[in-house]
Design a protein around this ligand. Structure first.
Ligand code: GLC
Length: 692
């Protein structure tokens, strides 16, 4: 077993050229044409005969391809150093789970952990070592296409899902056969891209970063994440890849991160476009000296680092520090002893798309769908004649963006999932299912929309179906909250399916036919109009809130739009109803004793179901403005008809931290109001006092 001392011995005898090579990542397309990562601009950084430290793959290469490339790259390294193979395994490898924004609607970190585990088993069996996940960006702007990659607007839910994802991918440890390293991204504040336009600048305060955008990254690193990717976007006008405050002060000095930092695609190279670097030499110097260890695809490190060290511009100590981090990740993954986690196609085929993996994806899809409206058309009762309409009724494009090695050709359509159900034309139906939404490739990176809504043709079709006078059930496929204000009056029921993955169509069938009740709750607010964006549940206090008093002009409101969203964060309906009562709030919380909020939850409807009990808190008197209400605890609960359970949700000190711009955290003493319910509109149930 290779030790850290072995790594130090290797480093001490490496040439300068060999060290620089370890800090460079190129595209697998240079070795296997159909494995192009192609997730960024074409940088022409293709493999030639030189050595590199890592290769990025966009899928399409199999275990034997990676084994062959590994042998070739080790042969080019005088010390036989193995390469790191990395890919964007975001919500599945071959078995695709719901997009992360949908998975977060389960409010169940175990779903993320399961997704990570299944993905790691399939990806490592296929030859990969590292995934560029979790994407830990908090998002509040549905215009941004990358909402789909995020766990939504709540720093707490994003943190829980990020940590669970890391645990899942890590499994029994990075050195285990199916242990996969995570690279948390994009550090930090990328979700604030101006006007929701991808790659646009960000202007964010340090205080806002510490309170809202850092917590999911901190949670991922605390869960064992060993790599981090800086965002394309700036903090204080310095792109993250060259931002020493982010990559050194916060990440290394304050958080003690010892892993490696790898740039986003061509980010060092893009410093020239920002006018911050006049050439590759300056780009490489700025990035490496700020704390970026590896260069993804820009070629700046390969071109300039040797010269920068030789002329003393870059200290050899900084180069060695970066190389040691890279070698240490390879050691932790066991690659010096076993360069390929698997090199057989048979093992890969046995692991990928296994029945147990598909069952896990189906369970995740069942828990991710969110029922936003139901006038009674759902569930569809046996014997009812069903029409399946809409451009998404017959598409296999249900995997979403970042679908890695997912195969659309093996993804059942909604119509195929309805096998056995009498389906007829809308004119002859008792209920019309209208499957509609975004195209999956109109979501994800570089997929911003100024008006995230159904198309005119889709709305015209919905109006036509509505005019038939039968109940219409809209099944919405989307990678972000869409503006549904005009859709709601035209349908009886609306189920958000997101992009539900390999087993999504089967899950939707089960939900529509009532074999299971929807139980998802929104991970992101649905606005009434684009004009309300950004809108989210944990907005800071407003001194002049809009309480709906018509004659009170001087309040925070619109003259032409409501203040409240169409659907709030945490909202989701079921086929049954739940009551919460007998709420008890412990009077005092201290540093060592959490506050406890307990209640009895009853299923008072006619069907079994699950809901998510959510607890929000607000500091009544604080030294710094505070969110009106922030999610501090939640729990899924399944109840049979008539069943009741006593739940206790606990809030500890770390759930209530408030940060200043220097990274100092405190919890404000005094009263904290708590809100308990099934969405962020939950009622006030009392308060506790925090005593430090
Ligand atoms: C892309 C994305 C990043 C991804 C990387 C590699 O530009 O910003 O999330 O991991 O390139 O594909």
């Amino acid at each position: 077993m290779t030790t850290h001392e072995d790594i130090l011995a290797i480093l001490s005898t490496m040439s300068l050229e060999e060290k620089v090579a370890q800090l460079c990542q190129i595209d697998m397309a240079g070795f296997v044409a159909e494995a192009a990562a192609s997730t960024g601009t074409d940088t022409q950084t293709r493999a030639d005969d030189r050595c590199v430290g890592s290769v990025i793959s966009g899928g399409g290469a199999d275990a034997e391809d990676f084994a062959r490339v590994q042998r070739a790259l080790q042969g080019r390294s005088p010390h036989g150093i193995p390469a790191l193979f990395m890919s964007d395994v975001i919500h599945g490898f071959r078995t695709i789970f719901p997009i992360p924004l949908g998975l977060a609607c389960a409010f169940d970190p175990q779903q993320a952990e399961k997704m990570g585990r299944v993905s790691a088993e399939e990806a490592t069996a296929s030859g990969l070592h590292v995934t560029f996940a979790p994407m830990a960006d908090v998002v509040r702007d549905p215009r941004w296409g990358r909402c789909m990659e995020s766990a939504g607007e709540s720093p707490r839910l994003c943190a829980d899902m990020a940590a669970a994802t890391v645990r899942g991918f890590t499994g029994k440890g990075l050195g285990s056969d199916s242990g996969m390293a995570c690279c948390v991204k994009h550090f930090a504040g990328y979700g604030l891209a101006e006007a929701g336009r991808d790659y646009a600048p960000v202007d964010v305060s340090r205080t806002e970063l510490y309170n809202t955008y850092f917590p999911p990254f901190r949670a991922a690193l605390d869960a064992g994440c060993r790599l981090l990717m800086p965002a394309f976007t700036p903090v204080e006008r310095l792109p993250a890849v060259m931002n020493p405050w982010l990559l050194n002060t916060v990440l290394r000095k304050q958080w003690g991160f010892t892993g490696m930092v790898i740039s986003d695609w061509d980010a060092p190279g893009e410093l020239r476009a920002h006018g911050l670097a006049k050439d590759a030499r300056e780009a490489a110097k700025l990035s490496l000296m700020a704390g970026n260890d590896m260069d993804m695809m820009s070629g700046a490190y390969a071109e300039a680092l040797t010269g920068l060290v030789q002329d003393g511009t870059v200290p050899i100590a900084r180069l060695d520090e970066a190389v040691l981090r890279v070698l240490e990740i390879k050691r932790e993954l066991g690659l010096f002893d076993k360069p390929c986690k698997n090199d057989s196609r048979e093992k890969q085929q046995a692991a990928c798309y296994a029945p147990a993996h598909r069952a896990a994806a189906r369970e995740a899809a069942l828990k991710s769908c969110v029922l936003l409206q139901n006038g009674g058309a759902l569930p569809i009762r046996a014997g009812r004649r069903v029409a399946l309409a809409g451009d998404h009724a017959d598409t296999r494009a249900l995997l979403g963006a970042w679908r890695c090695s997912g195969r659309m050709e093996e993804t059942p359509t909604l119509r195929e999932a309805f096998v056995g159900v009498p389906v007829c034309a809308p004119e002859d139906a008792d209920v019309i299912v209208y499957a509609v939404g975004e195209e999956q490739d109109d979501t994800g990176e570089a997929a911003s929309k100024a008006d995230p809504a159904l198309t005119k043709a889709q709305m015209d079709e919905l109006r036509r179906l509505h005019a038939l006078g039968k109940p219409v059930v809209v099944v919405l496929f989307c990678g972000r909250p869409l503006i549904l204000t005009e859709v709601l009056p035209l349908c009886d029921a609306l189920l958000v399916a997101w992009f539900p993955g390999s087993e999504g169509a089967k899950a939707i069938r089960r939900l529509l036919l009532g074999e299971q009740s929807p139980s998802g709750h929104l991970s992101m607010t649905f606005p009434r109009s684009v004009g309300q964006i950004p809108i989210h549940h944990d907005a800071l206090t407003v001194a002049r809130p809009d309480r709906g008093a018509p004659n009170n002009r001087y309040v925070s409101r619109y003259l032409d739009e409501q203040t409240a969203p169409l659907f709030p964060f945490g909202f989701g309906l079921s086929y049954t109803r739940f009551l919460m009562d007998d709420v008890k709030v412990s009077p005092v919380m201290t540093q060592s004793a959490p506050a406890e909020v307990s209640c009895t939850v009853r299923n008072v409807g006619e069907r079994d179901g699950e809901t998510v009990v959510q607890l929000y808190a607000q500091c009544v008197h604080s030294g710094r403005m505070h969110p009106l209400r922030q999610l501090v605890a939640y729990q899924r609960v399944r109840l049979a008809v008539g069943e009741e359970k006593r739940l206790t949700l606990r809030v500890c000190r770390d759930d209530l931290l408030s940060w200043d711009g220097e990274g100092n955290a405190e919890v404000f003493t005094g009263q904290w109001r708590v809100y308990l319910g099934e969405s962020s509109d939950a009622p006030d149930v009392g308060s506790f006092e925090y005593r430090s």
